[in-house]
Ligand binder design. Structure first.
Ligand code: GLU
Length: 548
């Protein structure tokens, strides 16, 4: 153990430092003697954690019992400690904003806006090749998300069960790779987009299905799971995986859909016979029973909520965020995300990879399983489909999400400041950016300042003492920096720090005559009273082009 950590723990043990439980109490109590239980649960929910989160089981059970012993339903420091101590690490992380989306509530407000925007869309057709799908109202619309830290948000019809249909394809492929490894699975199935309809009777040059996201590939993939076992055993095996992927949230089965899929599955039977003829299955495979199993897997039911946890498990490298259980190998998850990225959205896959840049898989029931790797899983669900078979509202939501947040695989996370980065904490980020700005001004690093200006940093930010970059540069005598801040960035030339000093005062005080001249010339050129006007702000952008 690091000596400093050891010392810290010893001091805490000796009672010199407050315990984590006490710190948490003070954070939530906001100066009060007691915390009402509902205040605690409300504060908890604002971090994105749910009271039903399996990781908070002990805390919630203790809370229920403890509240009954109080007259007013409120917890003093002692009772609070009793309730939170079993899950203190997770709770501390949550309240210290250590989760992947630190400012969760503002992020959820954005999600709700995107949801509302897509809700207004009326186009598309609900699939009607089987009655079980045709019955769904075209108005149903739901979005649920779960981050890799188990923060949850849902909006709309997120508790209505629907069938995974083709959204199961990446999941069963992941199971096959988890069980057998990449090399074995890809002896039977390719890795290329097919450029053809998902249910085309067609194989690649090696007489293999193009990839596991089209029907031919998914049928072969189905044959690789638990070879030699009965269909009943196979079904249990996959359901067990589904439950684990979903953190034991809702996973069901629609027998009616299964029967209908089988009765109307001529195309899949045709594909099955073709695959059999071309010897695409492992030896000893009973093709018709594989087709039965294939239809069963299409008929597995989820809700938007439970499927968001499945997507989050993929986002989290195969660990389910809300149970912490390892469900899939990292290799299986990486392969799956790669193929979702290139082949997951039917004949829209290329466009989706281009515009949205995230792995996703859609299904005929209207689901889109979307993964933001290392950040979150999302399930969008709305039955009306566009001509290519993707949910109209789902596509709109995914596109809007990536226009708003820098989630596209190729969005630059460091320099492109025009999009929202929900992974960063607003407050912390601001402090860091002031420090960087003032440090660059202090060291006379004009090229760093150019980069900051280019990435839309506020060049007039002030530190704790209300000092700006211009104050610091003037005090240090960095003439080039002063010129850049004035001419290119058009910062206010006369900001006052907490002692009432302007940059001119600093330059005079420290005897930087060249800086004094620059400031004077600038003052004469522009009337300082309107140096902050919007006209000047606009010309600042033009000047930046020249000076950067
Ligand atoms: N049950 C459908 C089939 O195999 C799945 C369609 C889909 O979701 O793409 O044809």
């Amino acid at each position: 153990m690091e000596p400093s950590v050891y010392l810290f723990l010893m001091r805490r043990k000796a009672g010199i430092l407050p315990s984590l439980e006490d710190l948490l109490f003070y954070t939530i109590a906001e100066g009060q003697e007691k915390i009402p239980a509902h205040k605690f649960t409300t504060a908890l929910k604002s971090t994105g954690l749910r009271t039903g989160d399996p990781r908070l089981k002990e805390c919630m059970e203790m809370l229920k019992v403890t509240v009954k012993t109080t007259s007013d339903g409120a917890l003093d420091r002692h009772l609070f400690k009793k309730c939170v101590q079993s899950n203190i690490v997770l709770l501390t992380q949550a309240f210290r904003k250590k989760f992947v989306i630190p400012d969760f509530q503002p992020f959820c407000a954005h999600i709700d806006e995107l949801y509302d925007n897509a809700k207004n869309l009326s186009g598309g057709q609900v699939a009607d090749y089987i009655p079980q799908l045709a019955r769904f109202s075209p108005d149903l619309w739901a979005v649920a998300l779960c981050t890799v830290d188990g923060q949850r948000h849902t909006v709309g019809d997120t508790k209505v069960p629907f069938c995974l249909q083709s959204c199961v394809k990446p999941l069963k492929y992941a199971i096959a790779v988890h069980d057998h490894g990449t090399e074995y699975v890809h002896r039977f199935i390719g890795k290329e987009p097919s450029g053809l309809r998902f249910n085309k009777l067609f194989l690649n040059e090696d007489d293999k299905p193009h990839n596991p996201m089209v029907n031919a590939g998914a049928i072969v993939c189905t044959s690789l799971i638990k070879q030699g076992a009965s269909n009943a055993e196979k079904f249990d095996y996959v359901m067990n995986f589904m439950n684990k992927l979903a953190g034991n949230e809702y996973v069901g089965f629609s027998n009616a859909t299964f029967q209908s899929e089988r009765e109307s599955g001529d195309r899949n039977f045709a594909i099955g016979y073709y695959l059999k003829e071309k010897k695409c299955f492992p030896e000893g495979t009973d093709m018709t029973s594989i087709l039965d199993f294939y239809f069963q897997l299409c008929s597995i039911e989820v809700t938007c909520e439970s499927a968001s946890v499945m997507a989050a498990t993929l986002a989290n490298g195969g660990f389910c965020p809300i149970t912490g259980e390892r469900v899939l190998s990292p290799e299986a998850v990486r392969n799956t995300l790669s193929l979702m990225h290139s082949c997951g959205m039917y004949d829209f896959s290329g466009q989706f990879a281009f515009h949205v840049g995230l792995p996703a898989k859609s299904g005929v029931a209207g689901g889109i399983l979307l993964v933001v790797p290392n950040v979150m899983g999302i399930m969008c669900w709305s039955p009306p489909l566009d001509k290519l078979g993707n949910s109209v509202r789902g596509i709109q939501f995914c596109t809007d999400l990536v226009s708003l947040c820098n989630f596209h695989n190729y969005d630059n996370l460091r320099h492109f400041a025009k999009k929202l980065d929900p992974r960063r904490e607003g407050g912390d980020q601001r402090v860091k950016s002031v420090i960087n700005l003032l440090f660059a001004a202090y060291t006379g690093d004009v090229s760093a300042l150019r980069r900051f200006a280019l990435s839309s940093m506020d060049m007039e930010q002030r530190d704790y003492d209300s000092r700006t970059a211009l104050h610091v540069a003037a005090a240090e005598g960095h003439a080039e920096v002063v010129r850049f801040l004035l001419e290119a960035c058009k910062v206010n030339p006369v900001p006052k720090d907490r002692w009432g000093n302007t940059p001119m005062d600093e330059a005079v005080h420290f005897g930087h005559h060249d800086v004094v001249t620059i400031l004077k010339d600038y003052h004469n050129k522009y009337n300082p009273s309107d140096s902050n006007s919007s006209k000047d702000k606009q010309s600042a952008e033009k000047n930046l082009d020249g000076m950067l």
